[in-house]
Design a protein around this ligand. Structure first.
Ligand SMILES: C[S@@+](CC[C@H](N)C(=O)[O-])C[C@H]1O[C@@H](n2cnc3c(N)ncnc32)[C@H](O)[C@@H]1O
Length: 221
């Protein structure tokens, strides 16, 4: 995603009540439900609502629609670039602000420090950067190092959804999740829109271009 630098973006993002920057996120480790409890009336008195995490949420099209569709799930969107978070906040401002949505403004590398083991029930990776060169393979969000981190923070039986337009990344990711003993629930190529659920910004763009969309779902064994 190419973006020009927006002066003041970092300050505006850091000051927004829905946003957790790195320091604020570190303080929530193991008690993310408290970040929602005051606002989300669907939060039960006993037990906790499931926590879903979208990594690389971009401008938040999926996150906002998913949170609006189900108040009984707390959604966190993670994005490292403040200019993009700012655009997501603009989108949220124009809608009714869901009580079950918060934003993490930080790099995915910080995940193990901000979530306790078992805290996340579902992870979404929508159109992650493919990093096609072999020497950049470690940066792919489905690289073995990241897969191990996801395992560490996910609840037993937790599910990870990957959508991509990139066939080589899709094939490579199947190997990395299989090598870490995840159970493949869905592996689908050229999937129709009505079968993919809520559409992210990139999915919308690629569908308009007529590109095939690949979808996989894995569960922790
Ligand atoms: C190709 S875009 C996809 C955006 C969105 N998921 C969609 O489907 O419309 C990838 C997004 O991931 C973010 N991203 C890439 N690497 C990241 C990292 N290490 N930590 C956090 N966000 C990252 C980028 O800034 C960008 O917004």
């Amino acid at each position: 995603m190419r973006l020009r630098h927006i002066p003041g973006a970092a300050e505006a993002v850091a000051a927004h009540p829905l946003v957790f920057d790195e320091q604020a996120a570190l303080r929530q480790k193991g008690r993310w439900h408290q970040a929602f409890a005051a606002d989300n009336e669907a939060e039960p008195a006993e037990g906790l609502l499931p926590l879903h995490l979208e990594i690389g949420m971009g401008r938040g099209r999926f996150l906002l629609a998913a949170a609006a569709a189900d108040p009984r799930i707390n959604f966190l969107g993670l994005e490292k670039r403040e200019e993009i978070v700012l655009q997501a906040l603009e989108r949220i401002k124009n809608k009714r602000q869901p009580a079950n949505l918060r934003i993490l403004w930080l790099d995915v590398c910080r995940l193990p420090e901000i979530f306790a083991p078992g805290e996340v029930e579902h992870i979404y990776l929508h159109f992650p950067d493919p990093w096609p060169k072999a020497r950049h393979a470690k940066r792919r969000l489905t690289a073995p190092g990241f897969v191990a981190v996801y395992r560490a923070i996910m609840a037993p039986g937790g599910i990870l959804t990957l959508k991509t337009d990139n066939a080589p990344l899709f094939a490579w990711s199947q190997e990395t999740f299989a090598a870490d003993q995840w159970q493949a629930l869905r592996i689908e190529e050229s999937i129709a829109q009505e079968e993919t659920g809520i559409v992210s910004e990139y999915e919308g763009r690629y569908r308009r271009q007529g590109k095939p969309i690949y979808l996989a779902e894995w569960r922790i064994k």
